[in-house]
Ligand binder design. Structure first.
Ligand SMILES: [Zn+2]
Length: 254
């Protein structure tokens, strides 16, 4: 791995000295847990039609939408048999040690929370929850997913019988405004901004590290490939997230 130990120590020092550290995580953190990339080559959207998961399809045919959603759950999340990896665990450890404020994630799998992270902003929502279209209450997704698997389509709200929708941002839907404003504010005040496993090509993920760097944050990238912000980053670790983050955690905490 092409990451100098001296660079790891320098970043660890910056993290220890920082008032605020923010991590942005993308698909590369999930793929290390065996979850296929959605967008890339060979990704989920080459094998499933994105238009089946458009908000207009959900509105027109929620039962059909849920039947397809069940198939996607098996293909993308191995029906829930996915677990956090060393990258998730390292970020959770950094938070519990007081060296990480917030994880902003593009991922919808809920694995940061499973690893023990408390302060997580999910800018694309979470597949671990469903939301009622009528009363807006949120529930764990698994009971609704079980009912959909058994042919109860679409699953409905226990309280008001409204139609349940996965609490993820579907194609054609706006990103959640509150989560966006929160993540923007975190980026503006970060002293160290870690962008982990993200190609930084999709908004708003692309703009958060740029904003952080413009406001003076030390920008650290951890990704196998170069990104549009590689030139601007103080440290550009081209590395597997499950190797680089445990090294960084050790250098910060031990
Ligand atoms: Zn309801």
């Amino acid at each position: 791995m092409s990451v100098d130990e001296s660079d790891v120590r320098a970043v660890a020092g910056a993290i220890r000295d920082a008032e605020s550290v923010v991590a942005l995580t993308g698909a590369g953190v999930s793929t290390a847990s065996g979850i296929p990339d959605f967008r890339g080559e060979g990704g989920i959207w080459e094998r499933h039609d994105p238009m089946d998961f458009h908000i207009d399809r959900f509105r027109a045919d929620p039962g059909g939408f849920w039947a397809d959603r069940v198939k996607l759950q098996a293909a993308a999340f191995d029906d829930g048999n996915v677990a956090p990896n060393a990258a998730h665990e390292s970020l959770a450890d950094l938070e519990s040690a007081g060296h990480l404020d917030t994880v902003v994630t593009q991922n919808i799998d809920g694995l940061h929370q499973d690893a023990g992270s408390d302060d997580v902003i999910e800018i694309h929502g979470s597949a671990a929850r469903v939301v009622c279209r009528d009363c807006r209450r949120r529930f764990d997704a698994e009971p609704a997913m079980d009912r959909a698997r058994e042919g109860d389509l679409p699953p409905t709200c226990d309280d008001c019988d409204g139609t349940l929708k996965p609490d993820t941002v579907l194609f054609g839907e706006q990103l959640p405004e509150h989560a966006l404003m929160q993540s923007q504010a975190k980026a503006e005040t970060a002293d160290v901004f870690l962008a982990v496993g993200s190609s930084l090509t999709v908004e708003p993920a692309a703009s958060l590290p740029r904003v952080a760097a413009e406001r003076g944050a030390t920008l650290v990238l951890v990704n196998l490939e170069s990104t549009p912000l590689s030139e601007r980053a103080a440290y550009d670790f081209r590395a597997d997230v499950t190797e680089a983050l445990p090294r960084l955690r050790r250098a910060v905490v031990e």
